[in-house]
Design a protein around this ligand. Structure first.
Ligand SMILES: *Cc1c(COP(=O)(O)O)cnc(C)c1O
Length: 389
């Protein structure tokens, strides 16, 4: 199979856009109301309803990175504080901690789940530890009972990075509701998209009120009402905030994407299960099946390619998939592999051996609800061919 099976390149993480959101964006453009306004309010209401929380507990922002940054600040975290997170995440998680002024501390993952290992969290606690920031990797929930117990015992703030985990539940409870804050992403490859966008879900309404001030230049909360048509209102700047508000154009997409969240989840689950069966006899490590009494969001389908077992390196496999016109991804090279963190914190990949090995072996296959049955077959054919000697 040296010639690709397909004509068109299968783009990794392509969003599925339908007519409803196209019409809604056009409606925003025609109305002239592009910025933060009624559609952002509607998207917040719908998101809160989906997660089963009061509307006063959510705030839409322009990215999950912004959501994480603002949550840390609203939690009172800053210089001198340590925040424990995972080395198996996107750089944004760690960068948000650094931007808050705090020091990130990494706790290695459980090799079977790729999620932060609660025992490793506990081992990294010092008198300066103020918060723990787990990531529900690929949409699989972290062991939230153990993590919450550690947070309670050591009086730590708990912030969940739910960028992969809109649909995730752990023992009947929604991801993002276990601690003080849950932060969601609507980036273009995520499960619900607005192009760029994020959402903060907080336990306390007052924290959301503060987050909204921080997300809009530090202008007093009444400033949000400037985005309505009942006349000019003076505003007061009450702290030095950021420019992190979501636009109505973004919310216009999100409203219709969110309405299809369950349908898209079912389609990704179907593809995920199909891959699980199709690759059962290949010399690769497949994702661990979801744990009982949890709901996996099926955001990513990662295979581990061990060169010794597969006869091909992860990077050679990725290049071969690309030649077969199938886009693949890496989620993620472990955080200590990057030069900035090595230089600033002295981190070495070998000190987090499970995350290091996963990061060097992992490859994510296409899992978008946009995939046709034919696309899925092409992925299966290419993977099976490349890994069968
Ligand atoms: C995508 C992602 C983020 C950042 O989300 P943005 O909305 O792009 O800022 C943070 N954490 C994880 C784990 C992610 O995958």
């Amino acid at each position: 199979m040296n010639q690709p099976n397909r004509d068109a390149f299968l783009i990794f993480g392509a969003p599925q856009i339908e007519e409803a959101e196209i019409a809604e964006v056009v409606d925003s453009l025609r109305s002239g109301w592009l910025g933060t306004g009624p559609k952002v309010a509607r998207f917040e209401q719908n998101f809160a309803a989906y997660k089963g929380v009061a509307e006063s507990r959510v705030a839409a922002v322009n990215s999950c990175t912004a959501a994480l940054h603002i949550s840390l600040i609203a939690a009172g975290i800053g210089p001198g504080d340590e925040v424990i997170t995972t080395p198996m995440t996107f750089a944004a998680t760690v960068n948000a901690i650094i931007h808050s002024g705090a020091t990130p501390v990494l706790a290695d993952v459980d090799p079977a789940t790729m999620n932060v290992d609660p025992a490793q969290i506990e081992a990294r606690i010092t008198p300066r530890t103020r918060a723990v920031l787990p990531v529900h990797m690929a949409g699989r929930p972290c062991r939230m009972d153990a993590i919450r117990q550690i947070a309670n015992k050591h009086d730590l703030i708990l912030i969940e990075d739910c960028a992969h985990a809109i649909e995730t539940e752990y023992k009947g409870q929604q991801a993002g509701t276990f601690g003080d804050f849950g932060c969601f992403s609507f980036y273009v490859t995520k499960n619900v998209i607005t192009g760029e966008g994020g959402m903060i879900l907080a336990r306390d309404e007052e924290k959301i009120a503060r987050a909204k001030v921080l997300a809009l230049h530090g202008m007093s909360k009444d400033a949000w009402r400037r985005y309505s048509d009942d006349g000019y209102k003076h505003y007061a700047v009450v702290e030095c905030g950021f420019k992190y508000n979501m636009m109505d154009i973004q919310a216009a997409i999100g409203i219709h994407q969110l309405a299809r969240v369950e349908r898209n989840w079912r389609r990704r689950r179907q593809i995920w299960q199909l891959y699980q069966q199709a690759f059962a006899d290949l010399p690769v490590t497949r994702p661990a099946p979801p744990e009982a009494d949890t709901r996996h969001a099926y955001h990513l389908y990662p295979l581990l390619i061990d060169e010794a077992a597969c006869g091909v390196s992860r990077d050679a496999f990725m290049a071969a998939m690309t030649r077969q016109k199938i886009g693949v991804g890496v989620h993620y090279l472990s955080i200590p592999e990057h030069p900035y963190y090595q230089e600033r914190f002295g981190w070495r990949p070998e000190d987090y051996p499970h995350a290091m090995r996963i990061g060097r072996q992992t490859v994510s296959l296409p899992l978008s609800p946009k995939l046709s049955n034919g696309d899925v077959e092409d992925v299966v054919t290419a993977v099976t061919h490349l890994l069968t000697c």
